[in-house]
Design a protein around this ligand. Structure first.
Ligand code: ATP
Length: 386
């Protein structure tokens, strides 16, 4: 177990077209035993960050420390961290037992007996103890991934570094392995940095999420903080599926004026906006209300463009009145039991306690949704801060 700290970590690659700033002045303090998920779109610098912690890349600037000791100058072998990649990279000619024990035999002074015990224990923990004499090509993808995890576990490292370890598995197995990995991490209580581009993995598995974009850390917080209290429009749009709706608006006489609607704001909301008039109104799909007709100040006439039935819920694409249906701007999620038809005229409610407002130029969050009113007197754990 260990605390892992990244202090002003920057990585610049040089190629024939110039410099690529892959990681830009990132500061993250990962607590002892914490499960931190590094998430962001392809190319945002996740893997490079992880590889720097592993010692596979050297930072251009900044320091990485483990339990207060700088490890930036140490080779991967000298750092007590274990990395698991998307490609399991198992030795095909070795059995599962051989794959799991090889690293310990090569790099430690542990006795054969100790190695045997560690391998047996890890295999039992992972439910692969009956596969120890098989070769990798006799295993399913999920089993191979477990072996790769087992190889990391037997090392009893200070930290696990996992780079998209579930990406090669099918959706059902991925979801099972998500839960398994969480339990495993809780049992082992080992500091874990987990890289993924999948926001569902980030939301469901992590103690905290670090959201990266263009090499820069956008936010670090609990999943619910990032979901309900995003620092900016990027985080708001990246976390959550379907994505938050964004409507460009201007502030005019206390109203948000969009192309097809005008939205009056209460005093408290207005007070958060300062002088900025170029804004973006954000509302999550599950917060939109679908009504028979629009009547209140925050309700607007609309027409249903497309309904995507998912069984448990329907995803409904809605255009404002006066807008071509195919240019629908709003996505709502509603119960799968509700019957909404394509081309139907409806009212759409945008409750003020659920709206977010972003600076139209910088993307910074100026106003985030009210949590108290939605959750009543039972605060939403993990999102109270900020
Ligand atoms: P993905 O999810 O696609 O793996 P990522 O978020 O892990 O993406 P990185 O692999 O860290 O992103 O890459 C960050 C940026 O650095 C990208 O623009 C990438 O092209 C660049 N990059 C990564 N490795 C190198 C390298 N060895 N030489 C030059 N550029 C690199």
């Amino acid at each position: 177990m260990a605390n892992v700290k990244l202090d002003g970590v920057t990585k610049i690659f040089e190629d024939e077209s110039g410099e690529i700033v892959a990681v830009d002045d990132v500061n993250i303090d990962i607590k002892d035993g914490e499960f931190l998920v590094l998430v962001g779109p392809s190319g945002c610098g996740k893997s490079t960050t992880l590889r720097m912690v592993a010692g596979l890349e050297k930072p251009t600037e900044g320091t990485i420390s483990v339990d207060g000791e700088a490890v930036t100058h140490l080779s991967p072998q000298e750092r007590n961290v274990a990395m698991v990649f998307q490609s399991y990279a198992l030795y095909p000619h070795m059995t599962v037992r051989g794959n799991m024990s090889f690293g310990l035999e090569e790099t430690t002074d542990l006795s054969d007996e100790e190695i045997h015990t560690r391998v047996e224990d890890a295999a039992t923990m992972l439910g692969i103890d009956d596969l120890l004499d098989r070769k990798p090509d006799e295993l399913s993808g999920g089993q191979q991934q477990r072996v790769a995890l087992g190889r990391a576990i037997v090392r009893e490292p200070d930290a696990f570094l996992l780079d998209e370890p579930l990406a090669n598995l099918d959706a059902k197995l991925r979801s099972e392995m998500r839960t398994e990995l969480q339990h495993l991490q809780e049992d082992l209580d080992t500091t874990t940095i987990y890289v993924t581009h999948d926001q569902t993995e980030a939301m469901t598995m992590s103690d905290r999420i670090a959201v990266l974009n263009d090499g820069q850390l956008q936010q670090i917080g609990t999943p619910l903080e990032c979901y309900h209290r995003p620092n900016n429009q990027f985080v708001a749009g990246f976390i959550g599926e379907p994505s938050m709706n964004f409507l460009p608006v201007t502030l005019e006489n206390g109203r948000l004026v969009g192309e097809h609607f005008e939205y009056p704001l209460g005093e408290e909301t207005r007070a958060n906006l300062g002088d900025q008039t170029d804004l973006v109104l954000g509302i999550r799909p599950e917060d939109l209300e679908i009504l028979d007709a629009a009547s209140g100040d925050h309700e607007f006439p609309g027409v249903v463009d497309v309904v995507e039935p998912m069984g448990n819920e329907n995803t409904v694409h809605i255009a404002f009145e006066g807008q071509a249906r195919t240019e629908s701007e709003l996505t709502a999620t509603i119960s799968g039991m509700r019957n909404v038809k394509e081309a139907e005229s409806i009212g759409v409610g945008i409750p003020e306690n659920a709206i977010h407002i972003f600076d139209g130029e910088t993307g910074e969050s100026l106003h985030n949704r009210d949590l108290g009113e939605v959750e009543g007197d039972r605060p939403l754990r993990g999102a109270e801060a900020a």
